[in-house]
Write a protein that binds this ligand. Structure first.
Ligand code: PXG
Length: 291
């Protein structure tokens, strides 16, 4: 595998970061997870724009322009023939001393991995996920705001541990007020009749690129799409529930906290949106060509 590291393509064996990098020492940095479909990087510009917003929010200067970053992603995909894959783009605070102060780190580090990912085994896309709500609360908006896709995912990892320890694949996290925020690496949607509901940003979710794409697709196909404050009651009594994310794509949820959702199998709206989302990933206008 060939890795993009600080402006150069290097073999995987040479792609190393320092133990003094604050990305490692403090989780100080930001990242994106991006997919390629059919030789194009899906919604690349949206991902890069969000990366730069995350960096801006933590006062991190990325030492290249958004256009240069887009080129770097495409070049890394081309070098790895990553035509249907998963791209992990990481910007760290860079090398500094053993203190928190980020201003001691002269230059941000940038690396890009173009590989593959499978978040859930294929049968879950057919049968749906069983999930639980967990005690670990989503970040308060005035702590590390959930819109910052930071290298500090420990809060979400704690929630994931609760889910896995309970024998399920995924956790729903609530915010500090008790409202539904999102899953550990995916946004959450509720179907109620022809309405499609998902929590607003202030409830503690990342504004997912897949979330936005699905909201647009649904609106274009006759759903009434709304951001809505959701409680666990709304999940338990939904007709359908599904999760969205770059890695997960669109995955049905059939059980939450031992309550069957709707009929207990992936519902028609979810299956329709899965088909429509797949078609959307294949449309040339939604991606930058890998050359
Ligand atoms: N919420 C959180 C907390 C996320 O980290 C999403 C929602 C979905 O956002 P997008 O923009 O991808 O629709 C994410 C994204 C992984 C992995 O390796 C996680 C994400 C994306 C890609 C890979 O587990 N999370």
């Amino acid at each position: 595998m060939t890795i993009y590291l600080d402006g150069k393509l290097v073999p995987e064996s040479e792609a190393r970061v320092s133990v003094f990098d604050h990305g490692l020492l403090y989780g100080d940095g930001v990242f994106e997870g991006i997919r390629s479909y059919n030789g194009r990087v899906f919604l690349l510009r949206e991902h890069i724009a969000r990366l730069y917003r995350s960096a801006q929010a933590i006062g991190l200067v990325i030492p290249m322009s958004q256009e240069e970053m887009c080129r770097a992603v495409i070049t890394t995909c081309a070098a790895n023939d990553c035509r249907n894959g998963y791209i992990r783009l990481v910007v760290t605070r860079g090398v500094g001393n053993l203190g928190l102060n980020p201003y001691q780190c002269p230059k941000a580090g940038v690396f890009i991995i173009a590989a593959t990912i499978q978040l859930y085994p294929p049968e879950f896309y057919e049968k749906g996920l069983k999930i639980i709500t967990v005690g670990t609360v989503r970040n308060h908006p005035e702590a590390v705001n959930p819109n910052i896709k930071s290298l500090n995912y420990l809060n979400n990892i704690m929630a994931k541990i609760e889910a896995v320890n309970s024998g399920v694949q995924e956790a729903v996290m609530l915010n500090h007020l008790g409202y539904v925020a999102e899953a550990t690496g995916d946004n959450i949607f509720v179907v109620r009749g022809r309405a499609l509901l998902t929590p607003p940003s202030w409830c503690g979710c990342l504004i997912g690129i897949t979330r936005n794409a699905v909201m647009k697709i649904a609106a274009d196909n006759g759903f009434e799409v709304r951001e809505s404050v959701l409680t666990r009651y709304d999940l338990y009594t939904a007709d359908e529930v599904f999760l969205t994310g770059t890695a997960a794509e669109l995955v049905p949820v059939v059980e939450i906290d031992k309550r069957a959702i709707g009929s207990g199998v992936p519902g028609p709206a979810t299956r329709q949106l899965m088909r429509l989302f797949h078609a959307c990933t294949q449309q040339p206008e939604n991606g930058d060509k890998i050359v």
